[in-house]
Design a protein around this ligand. Structure first.
Ligand SMILES: Nc1ncnc2c1ncn2[C@@H]1O[C@H](COP(=O)(O)OP(=O)(O)O)[C@@H](O)[C@H]1O
Ligand SMILES: [Mg+2]
Length: 255
């Protein structure tokens, strides 16, 4: 039976879709059967991030409204055979009830290991729809004050859903800024929000879904945590110490 995990944040642009897509890829690379479900009806860009745009014949709303069976709305990833995407179309103003979504996901759940749910920014209807469909949550924030403030609001909302567990992902962490003490550390953010830290994702200048970078390593570690392994956090400050680190820090500062 699939574990249903919603990826949420409060603030937009902090990396929900990036986390959902990359976590999906890394779980699928372990051979686990994963559905990545886009419940961000306004932006619905996870298929683009996964390289699957324009491949879906049906979307999640078609499944809900009976135009297709839920399975027919899934698109299998050509590179990762156990990874599927369940897209949504531009239906920001369409009313879809949380119960209807839950019904569709529950009908798919027996044949998969994970259903990862990408959610919209904000704490309005779309947020509730996404969280109501899930049993667990990943809360994504960056070390920026505005993102943490919105994350804090979400923490309060998540509590009322009685989820089985919630983990914190601190994204876009800059080792140079941490080293200079210009931002709160991921551990401090976790203490402030009172959510256990499960992953630190370094900020990268280029986004690759699958390379050997620190960011990919960070997502691999997050996938292991989700698959039941011990929490292991990448050291975002790695490479920013010593002489070469000082040069890198100097270069970054000028970006
Ligand atoms: N760790 C990271 N390093 C660099 N850029 C990132 C990172 N995470 C996300 N981004 C970029 O930030 C932007 C917003 O990310 P996205 O996942 O779309 O956020 P959200 O879904 O929360 O709105 C995208 O352009 C994405 O490529
Ligand atoms: Mg998004």
């Amino acid at each position: 039976m699939a574990r249903k995990i919603v990826v949420t944040s409060g603030k937009g642009g902090v990396g929900k879709t990036t986390v959902t897509a990359n976590l999906g890829v890394q779980l699928a690379k372990k051979g686990l059967r994963v559905i990545v479900c886009d419940l961000d009806f306004g932006l619905n860009n996870i298929d683009v991030v996964l390289g699957l745009e324009n491949r879906a014949l049906y979307d999640v709303v078609d499944a809900i409204e009976g135009r297709c069976r839920p399975k027919q709305a899934l698109v299998r990833h050509p590179l990762y055979p156990t990874l599927y995407s369940l897209t949504s179309n531009h239906l920001a103003d369409r009313y879809v009830s949380p119960q209807a979504i839950r019904l569709v996901l529950d009908s798919l759940a027996p044949q998969y290991d994970y259903i990862l749910i990408d959610s919209p920014a904000g704490i309005e209807e779309g947020f509730h729809r996404a969280v109501a469909a899930a049993d667990e949550a990943l809360l994504v924030t960056t070390p920026h004050i505005s993102a943490m403030r919105d994350a804090d609001r979400v923490v309060g909302m998540l509590r009322s859903y009685r989820l089985e567990q919630t983990g914190l992902v601190v994204n876009q962490v800059r080792g140079d800024m941490l080293k200079r003490g210009e931002v709160l550390s991921p551990e401090e953010i976790s203490e402030t929000l009172r959510i256990p830290l499960v992953a630190v994702i370094p900020e990268e200048d280029r986004i690759f879904l699958d390379n050997i970078s620190e960011k990919s390593r960070a997502f691999r570690l997050l996938a292991s945590v989700c698959a039941g392994g011990k929490v292991k956090i990448v050291d975002a400050q790695k490479g920013y110490g010593g002489l070469f680190g000082a040069i890198r820090r100097g270069l970054k500062r000028n970006l």
